[in-house]
Design a protein around this ligand. Sequence first.
Ligand code: UDX
Length: 440
Amino acid sequence: MKIIVLGSGYVGLVTGVCFADKGHKVYSLDINAEKVKKINSGKSPIFEPGLEELLKKNLENGNFKASLSNDFYFKNISTDISFICVPTPSREDGSIDLKFIEKAAEDLAKYVKKIKDYHVVTVKSTVVPSTTDKTVLSILKKSGKKIGEDFGLCMNPEFLREGSAVGDFLHPDKIVLGSYDDRSASILEKVYESWSKNIPRIKTNLRTAEMIKYAQNSFLATKISFINEIANMCRKMGIDAKQVSYAVGLDNRINPQFLNFGVGFGGSCFPKDVKALIAASEKSGFEPKLLKSVIHVNEKQPLEALKMAENIEGKTVSILGLAFKPNTDDIREAPSIKLIQELKKHNVTIQAYDPQATENMKTLFPDINYTESPLDALKNSDICFVMTEWEEIKNLKPEDFLNSMRNPVIIDGRRAFNPEAKKKAGIDYKAIGYGTYEED
Ligand code: UDX
């Protein structure tokens, strides 16, 4: 099939390259000329395992080509379907900002107006319920073309995780096919024809497809804030939450995934999506108390780590891990940001290390020290905060801390280490969700 993908950010580039790798002819459009040039030279603008190889392969076989939006629209190339993968950032109040969605819909309205063949417009960006059937459809109708006859409309949410996006796209748990009508749905379904038949296809309407995305992300965020709250209680009560989350996760109604307590969830999705759903829900007249608490607990969680640090004034502090999670260079809403902001209110020297995210963090905090290795970050420091559970950090030995630090104090924000092993080695080890008690 001939497919347009609007936006070559995280979702757009992974979507476009994977569709091309499945044999579709993909036109990837972006308004950023630099990015288009870089992509066409076979370089991925984002750090994502496996993506650059697939990009190179499909540039070479001609299935994938990136171009500036206007250049493409000028050519009047007829295609079967387009996927809107542009950003949906948050406004100050947490509500969703649809400016890029509206622009994309306007461009596609002009495109649909010009081409002769039937074309399906599909929203893949994360948009609050009613965005596709209200905002996008009303803009497309300005083309003067008829929905159902000249063009179709679909909503096809993605569930990609950073660091495993290519695998998540090619082997999803489900494929959600939200559509305006059956004709639209059949075109969208055809795009995914070569995906395994064992993957459930959820056929539904536009608004339900939008809500499935939000409900899923909000549930995962709730699961994390729940286990973080339990972890905070455990530490106060002298209990190790690790065993608690393990045992609870064995119940197949609960499942162990996303029960890893720590300094909270970050990234470009969970915080933004939960806040956008809260705002949309309040706008619809329902107050989502639970989701508000999920955000409240999460915003406080990095401070739980700071609370464990005693008399930090004048001290040298190491931070191991800056990215919001391992295997990405992404620092958006990373808990490490909150920690650094709080630390900077004190007279401390910060030495930070991350395998991939340092350059991004320098844009936010140019005035703290960044090191080339975890050992350099530990040099002569008094406290070490572990904020991202990179393998490299998890593999650090007790002697690495004992030989490098002035005072071997670890505050483990991601349960990267085994508490007993560290304590036996003579390290003053503290952690989120780690409590002990002496039998009377
Ligand atoms: C998430 C969703 O998983 C994905 O389906 C959606 O499409 C986009 O948002 P992503 O943001 O890449 O993906 O990260 P994810 O792996 O879900 O982790 C999100 C945050 O939760 C990270 O900060 C991670 O450290 C934290 N997390 C995750 C926990 O604190 N505990 C856990 O058990 C799991």
